[in-house]
Design a protein around this ligand. Sequence first.
Ligand code: ADP
Length: 241
Amino acid sequence: MTEIKKLIDENGLRVDGRKLDEIRPIKIEIGLLANADGSAYIEQGRNKIIVAVYGPREAQPKHIGLHDRAAIRCRYHMAPFSTDERKSPAPSRREIEISKVIREALEPAIFSEYYPRSMIDIFIEVLQSDGGSRCAAITASSLALADAGIPLKDLVVACAVGKIDGKLAVDLSDVEDKLGEADMPIAYIPALRKISLIQMDGIFTEEEFFKALNMAKDACMKIYKIQKEALKQKYLQTEKE
Ligand code: ADP
């Protein structure tokens, strides 16, 4: 990597040419895995993530079943070739934490009470990562859940806001995350007006925090539009076939 000193240039543009409130380009494909009940693939900047959903199906082993709702399991995994240095394929503490927060971010949007004693599995494979992979994974997972036909209160959409060179910026890339001063991933469920994930690495002032929250919501609503468009495209195409 060439050495980067400034994250914002004299024109107010970021290392990859984006404005502070600009998200990275997003490409989504839904239903690409024939053997899963639902699936989605997302490219957000240089992130490439695939999600497979299985279920609802009978809870196995039985003891994980819950009497009043479906048990939701989530595994976030980064492929060994997904980072610039080979990553160990064994699950790291980071992956265990991210699996948990993604599950908790998705759960409030799922009508899990429709499926007692069942389970829903969400498998996330990060093929290439470049910062913000947990957010892109949440955005793709909710689409994979929808593709599996699992009733949802709404899609879940996620985006981070951080601080680089003292300024707030949305959807940080890896270099901005590493060299910047703060990073705050947020997941949002628009129909419920509910934030289902908020984490924070670094420090914001109170004023920055509330501004960041608004910027994150605006960015989430842009991604939400792209999500819904991708779903529409998939089902219009299916109708034609
Ligand atoms: P997120 O991807 O959700 O932003 P982090 O903030 O923990 O999660 O990580 C930021 C970025 O750091 C990742 O997207 C990835 O590009 C990089 N990264 C994470 N773990 C590793 C690792 N084990 N080896 C190399 N790079 C990593």
